[in-house]
Write a protein that binds this ligand. Structure first.
Ligand SMILES: [Zn+2]
Length: 266
């Protein structure tokens, strides 16, 4: 049985123009250290065949203007607003897939009032567990975000996954190691073949294309395995979509009226 072909969009809601390569890559992959390296912030929209807004699936929830101000990030608009600009109805979205719990992926969840949040069990366990308070982990999350997600778990609004799971036919999550304990990527059946939304399994094209690990990691061998996993899953290398690369906006076609903000991946 062939899975139904979904449409996939990347939607930018902010950026961090001030970075250098040294901040973002591991070991010698960080050279040349001074090379300017911008991070864009995205959320992703998966539209069902038939374009029924009550079947739209959202991947990640970005962060709020308050968090952006505190962390010195440029915030264009709330991710949920950016998605609504493209025609999504956040209150009707049935599933929000959360790639992982870092602050730039789970901040703007409250707009999704009817959603279940698809989470790897080991990601929740990590951020409520014994290592979460250690500085190199703690600095990457917001206390309010973790508390909110733990509350959703108590409310029965978290769909816990362990490994691989079909959220709906044609939209599958896969646990991958390397960046966080419970990072997951999303493979989507589209008319172009299988698209892989990498989120932070490949922040930038250079990570997966050059086999160059990102600097924030929990397990380096697993990060290399994750690069292989994405290559195996995607129908073509160009269908691996990094989580933070400004180049995404150049490599795919802009959505009419949203040039520089949203692209259609498939
Ligand atoms: Zn990120």
């Amino acid at each position: 049985m062939t899975a139904p072909a979904h449409e996939v969009y990347a939607v930018k809601f902010g950026q961090h123009p001030g970075g250098k390569r040294a901040q973002y890559f591991h070991g010698s992959a960080a050279e040349p250290l001074e090379k300017p390296t911008q991070l864009d912030y995205f959320v992703w929209l998966i539209r069902s065949p038939g374009q029924d807004p009550s079947r739209d699936i959202v991947v990640d929830a970005g962060f709020t203007a308050e968090t952006a101000a505190r962390r010195g990030r440029e915030h264009w608009q709330a991710p949920s607003r950016a998605l609504e600009g493209l025609g999504a109805d956040c209150s009707a979205v049935p599933y929000v897939i959360l790639s992982h719990f870092h602050y730039d992926h789970v901040g703007d969840v409250e707009a999704f009032t009817g959603a279940k949040f698809v989470v790897q069990a080991r990601e929740m366990a990590f951020w409520t567990g014994r290592h979460a308070a250690r500085h190199e982990f703690r600095r990457l999350v917001e206390r309010a975000d973790i508390e909110r997600l733990a509350g959703y778990a108590l409310d029965g609004r978290v769909l816990f996954v362990d490994g691989e799971h079909d959220v709906v036919p044609g939209v599958r999550v896969h646990h991958v190691g390397g960046h966080t304990a419970g990072l997951q990527i999303v493979s989507v059946a589209t008319a172009r073949g299988t698209v892989v939304l990498a989120a932070d399994a490949s922040h930038l094209y250079a990570n997966v294309e050059d086999d160059a690990p990102f600097g924030v990691l929990t397990d380096l061998p697993a990060m290399y395995d994750t690069f292989d996993r994405m290559r195996a899953l995607a129908a073509a290398p160009e269908l691996i979509v990094p989580g933070h690369d400004p180049e995404v906006l150049a490599r795919f076609d802009p959505v009419d009226g949203f040039e520089g903000r949203a692209v259609r991946i498939a």
